[in-house]
Design a protein around this ligand. Sequence first.
Ligand code: GDP
Ligand code: IMO
Ligand code: MG
Length: 432
Amino acid sequence: MSVTSVIGLQWGDEAKGKVVDLLTEKHDVVIRYQGGNNAGHTVKFSGNTYKLSLLPTGMLQSHVQSVIGPGVVVNPEAILNELDSLIAGGIDCAKRLMISDRAHVICPWHHLEEAAFEKQRGSKAIGTTMRGIGTCYREKVGRFHAIRMGDLINKDRFADKVREIVPFKQIVLNALDPDSEQLNADRIIEDYSACADRLRPMVADTTAWLLNALENNQRLLFEGAQGSLLDVDHGTFPYVTSSNSSGCGIHSGSGIPERAIDTMIGVAKAYTTRVGGGPFPTELDNDLGQQIRVAGNEFGTVTGRPRRCGWFDAVATRYSARISGVDSIAVALLDVLSGLGELNVCEAYNVNGEITRDLPSCPDALRLAKPVLRAVPGWTEDITGIRKFADLPPNAQLYIQTISELVERPVQLVSVGPDRDQTIVITPLPGF
Ligand code: GDP
Ligand code: IMO
Ligand code: MG
């Protein structure tokens, strides 16, 4: 039996998609268990680039069954557009996708409310992806006005729910913004029902299916979206997403017990990036940050926004590794640091004169945290063609060893380029 999970250890975009793609070969089922189409996972191989958002990266490999679990929020139109673009690209995938009937549905009022809330926060805006993610999760936890995939595929039940919810939502939207768009229940029912007709064959009780797959020794691979520092309970609240994007979300988001997981791999960039608002202690808001942004092509997959860039933060990454209990780390985008000169890694925070290795839970303390930096000599060589750890420049090896020492986890894999084969495997990956 091999049950593996891949999670991000920073604020997202750590190259989880690439690591999941590498592991997919030796797994039978790939499962997304949280988030929605706020995620953007880019995978490159054989000269092709694939961008996945709501669909599990496993969709790209024909032997794999893909599952969207109960903890995901689904935008029906977005998922169909994504499926259609994969099909147009020659990947026959619709029959290999199963969507939980328990997953919640993103509706037009979620987008409108989110836009009003973000506008109202002004300079304190979270900087969300504007995909209606947070407002849909809020409705799920609130229970009164929630719609699940099981409701969507039941024509009458869905129409009843929309007719019940829309008048209430219109009052709220008008109060939030007098210029708000007017919801049209009939149009929503019509549009969503057309999507439901296509999605119906894919909607199932994925929990029962996955538990059976587990008992039948199928090899499961959990694909995390976002990063642990964006976790709603454990991240840098309120500048987070609305799901448990650390390893803590796997059980609740899939129905598969945590104890079934054999290997938990945390992915981290060799530096740090963040999109949207919120504290970022190691941020380089200067020319060096811009140099990293350009070298790493750090622009969001979903929104195209420039990502904020900074030094590797071992305090934040160690925290993430500990809360999820990761066994090992995969360090990605090491090639981006080539030629940058002397590098720095943050080994502690100085918060009002107090040195700590713990991530402050209070947003004000995190905003005040000054990074205590450890200098590590850089290297100038192009490392994108290197495939063995021992062949990396000695300073690049030292850099990886420093990360491992400070995060207190072994580094299992180093990525030196976006392509599938631009990978240095230090210890065998699960299943291989
Ligand atoms: P995810 O959201 O964690 O899956 O990460 P993204 O796909 O949003 O962002 C990672 C980006 O880095 C993608 O554009 C990848 O193609 C690219 N990438 C992945 N690994 C490497 C690497 O080792 N070096 C470089 N230069 N790019 C990489
Ligand atoms: P992947 O899976 C990076 C960020 C947004 C914003 C905050 C809340 O590609 O790593 P949301 O729309 O979720 O309510 O936005 O979370 N965010 C991400 N940042 N990568 C992601 O996904 C993200 N998904 C959400 O920028 O700051
Ligand atoms: Mg991404």
